[in-house]
Design a protein around this ligand. Structure first.
Ligand SMILES: [Zn+2]
Length: 183
């Protein structure tokens, strides 16, 4: 069943559990290992305009990733498709064309698919875990305008600077987090 509203808190619990099970204590998060640990296969594919897909056939689940995309984007796609595989039942085949990385900004706009928002938030939460970011020494240098720090964090977590800047923005606006960053 499609949720009416993105289940952000629940998703963060799930990603925390997956990270814990995988024993992740430092960036970059081994997303391939986490996917494989769930019994899911990853295939690099020639997908043209499609970023990624998830295919389910009985107990077999395969995530396909566009092999022509850069590694940071492929990691985000794998995490995004893992979200669909774990959270969104029903469809046997799901294709993702050019999903937007800005997972929370479209909250109130019309036509935004809740499942897409959930998958993007899941991807951000698992690739850029709150727990790791909060403990990251680079965070003490973080200024919202500081492109160099965002870029350094992006390199460390193996995500695009764009995805990192959105994640940092979303974490900073939440009460009780990154007090030092809210200057
Ligand atoms: Zn999707």
């Amino acid at each position: 069943m499609t949720p009416v509203r993105p289940r952000y808190a629940r998703i963060e619990q799930i990603t925390d559990g997956l990270l814990r099970d995988a024993g992740v204590t430092a960036a970059p998060v081994p997303i391939d290992e986490i996917v494989h640990a769930r019994g899911i296969t990853i295939r690099m594919m020639d997908l043209k305009e499609v970023s990624g897909l998830v295919v389910r056939d009985g107990s077999v689940t395969v995530i396909g990733v566009n092999k022509t995309h850069p590694p940071t984007r492929r990691r985000f796609t794998i995490a995004h498709e893992l979200a669909h595989a774990l959270l969104h039942e029903g469809k046997e085949v799901r294709y993702d064309t050019d999903f937007r990385v800005d997972f929370r900004s479209g909250m109130s706009s019309l036509g935004v698919d809740v499942e897409e928002m959930e998958a993007n938030f899941f991807a951000a939460s698992i690739l850029m875990p709150r727990r790791l970011l909060e403990a990251d020494p680079l965070m003490s240098d973080l200024d919202v305008e500081d492109a160099a720090t965002t870029k350094a964090l992006a390199a460390r977590y193996k995500v695009s600077p764009h995805a990192m800047s959105i994640r940092l923005g979303n974490l900073a606006v939440r009460p009780g987090s990154f007090a030092g960053a809210q200057r």
